[in-house]
Design a protein around this ligand. Sequence first.
Ligand SMILES: [Zn+2]
Length: 236
Amino acid sequence: MVMRISEMHWQQVESYIGSNNICVLPLGCTEQHAYLSLSTDTILAEKLAFDSAQTLGIPVFPVVPYGLTPSFLEFPGTVSLSSDLYLKLIGEILCSLLKQGFRRIFILNGHGGNTPARAVISEALTKFPDARIKWHDWWIGPKTWEKVVSIDPDASHASWMENFAWTRLKGIAQPQHRKPMIDPNVYRQLSPSALKSYLGDGSFGGLYERPEEEMNSIWDVAIEETRELLQSGWAD
Ligand SMILES: [Zn+2]
């Protein structure tokens, strides 16, 4: 069953809403990820949304490919929206879906910097009090994160933990050393240009790649955790 909105026509969505009312909205970002794709967060959010929702017959909306990442703007290829625009964008997407009858919206977020958009959920719920909206930061879902740290606790932005078969670039070799972890207390204080010098290649530290079986085992846990959240835990 194909349940990507990009592969459905509107009457199919209309009849879906007649019998069900849940959908997934993935949120990504276009920002530097060291030697990985600039679209890493976008690719992971969209793929996890689809891999989790497909067998449940839940439609997945197109991923929002831009988000909030002002601190990486000195890295070419990074795009950051202003926060007022981004919050308005997410709010308007939610209201479009809620007006049409979707009542459970599962936001699958792939980028930590997008968190301020959570504020618009409560705003949307003031207009649609019978709706339910969940926000899931997939990589720090308790089960997924537990799996990650059980493999290697040095896991962060643009490290091995984001290096999946679908985010790495063909023909690009990854460094083989273990980069010292950056100090979050330092990086949060820096301007974009100071941050660029501090980060060097852009990774926050750790190895750059790990065996494929380990990566697949993390992905399996992420799918399982997302499916559970899609199917249960919705407030009445
Ligand atoms: Zn990322």
